[in-house]
Design a protein around this ligand. Structure first.
Ligand code: ARG
Length: 469
């Protein structure tokens, strides 16, 4: 081995026991710096608290600590100014920063990694990073909810068909439909918030996986970094990526919800439905068909749900079959996590913008909500209110519908006398339930589509979201 090779080998922070340099192909294959560089800020935040703890515990001197803190701040500034040179042969963000620190401040830099391993360091960085991003996601979800609440207020009173099996089922208020999404994204917020609570545990101090014999103070580090608890078992801590997995599950459900919304927007924008108009700035054209105006944004949101769910599957498969504790496989956690995060954030942000640029065609919605026997259930309920058993009422209305279909009539075209031929229980007041408004406003059960219920729901939601109603 040449002197040069000797020097290269020991230039690695772990180079001591090696007598040959790492193959270039191995450096390429094992490096993660091209994606984990985005953890730089959290890595530095964690290292600064770690250094202060080491000083407090007498493991390094106050002067050494001061030099480390200053050095780390300098590195952060260098990274943020774009001048920092990330080196692939230093593998990851942790060793890039540690090496740069030692290059800057000399000997004290070599003490930073005391009582720490990259195994607990990376677990810390990723938790810190996701905790911050989790808060950002909660805000984005709220913005989407707000968008729906604004639309629900704007279109209060507009009727539309409610669907089951994508067949017109019963008339509902458009606002009721819009507020359904507020509930959906509300559960997403709860889910992320719950995950944030569970993941908020300090991993640092597990060291490689067995803990350390040096007198560290984990509680101090936890307090300084805002963790309410320290992890209980050092082996579990080094092995655990549940927090990343749960994040991906939460992200997948959110993207899935966005995808369901996207599907409706795509359908509604098409001529077959013609329920909405999406503003020109939020559509794209066709390179061949001059007349086309395409809903590419919702289509892409829908498409991206495959990739977010894929990220969840990817990490689940990575974790399956991993023995205790840290295995390098775990490095494969970051790319799916980052990609899913970027995708969900971008999708939420553009959805909030899109909602501001959707106009509903209220006349067209009303037209679609009228006829088609959508008030048949109301007629059955009417008979039930007059004491007829529901099954019998269902039969009577079924026969009326068949009769109408044969004659090419709607329920509202029927004369009272004609209706009474099917059941003499039917009286004058039946017309109140056969109209769209009558039907909608009769559904006063808790959570129903009646105007009074929807207005209550909207008022509650506006209050929760801090919107002046
Ligand atoms: N880049 C590594 C990762 O993301 C950091 C931990 C490496 N630990 C080790 N023992 N090689 O997992």
């Amino acid at each position: 081995m040449s002197d040069q090779q000797q020097k290269n080998a020991s230039a690695k922070l772990w180079g001591g026991r090696f007598s040959e340099t790492t193959a270039a192909s191995v450096e390429d294959f094992t490096a993660s710096i091209h994606y984990d560089a985005r953890l730089y800020r959290h890595d530095i935040i964690g290292s600064k608290v770690h250094a202060r703890m080491l000083a407090k515990q007498g493991l390094i001197s106050d002067e050494e600590c001061a030099a480390i803190l200053k050095g780390l701040d300098g590195i952060r500034a260098e990274i943020e100014s774009g001048r920092f040179e990330f080196r692939r042969e230093l593998e990851d963000i942790h060793m890039n920063i540690e090496k740069a620190l030692t290059d800057r401040i000399g000997a004290p830099g070599e003490k930073l990694h005391t009582a720490r391993s990259r195994n607990d360091q990376v677990a810390l960085d990723l938790r810190l990073y996701l905790r911050e991003e989790g808060e950002a996601l909660l805000e984005l979800l709220e913005a989407v909810q707000r968008g729906f609440a604004v639309l629900a207020r704007r279109y209060l009173g507009t009727v539309m068909p409610g669907y089951t099996h994508l067949q017109r089922a019963q008339p509902v208020l458009l606002s009721h439909h819009l507020l359904a999404y507020v509930e959906m994204f509300g559960r997403d917020r709860d889910r992320f918030a719950d995950w944030l609570k569970r993941m908020n545990v300090l991993p640092l101090g597990a060291a490689a996986m067995a803990g350390t014999g040096l007198p560290i103070d984990r509680e101090f580090v936890a307090r300084e970094l805002g963790f309410p608890a320290v992890s209980a078992n050092s082996m579990d801590t080094a092995a655990d990526r549940d927090f990343a997995l749960e994040f991906l599950f939460c992200a997948s459900v959110t993207q899935l919800h966005l995808s369901r919304l996207a599907e409706e927007l795509v359908l509604w924008a098409g001529k077959e439905f013609d329920f909405i108009e999406i503003g020109d700035r939020y559509c794209t054209g066709s390179s061949i068909m001059p007349q086309k105006k395409n809903p590419d944004i919702p289509e892409l949101i829908r498409g991206k749900s495959g990739r977010v769910t894929g990220a969840l599957m990817s990490l689940m498969m990575t974790l399956k079959g991993l023995p205790m504790t840290y295995n390098r496989d775990l490095q494969e956690d970051k790319e799916p996590v980052f990609d899913a995060l970027d995708t969900v954030k971008a999708s939420l942000a553009i959805t909030a913008e899109l909602l501001e640029n959707v106009r509903f065609r209220t006349e067209r919605l009303r037209e679609a909500a009228t006829g088609g026997f959508m008030t048949a259930t109301d007629l059955a309920d009417y008979l039930v209110r007059k004491n007829m058993p529901f099954r019998q009422a269902h039969g009577v209305v079924g026969r009326i519908v068949a009769h109408c279909q044969e004659k090419g009539m709607e329920l509202t075209d029927m004369e009272l006398e004609e209706l009474r031929q099917f059941s003499d229980t039917i009286a004058e007041d039946v017309m109140d339930v056969l109209t769209v408004e009558g039907s909608v406003n009769s559904r006063v059960s808790a959570g129903g589509t009646a105007g009074v219920r929807v207005e209550e729901a909207l008022a509650r939601i506006e209050q929760q979201l801090g919107i002046a109603g």
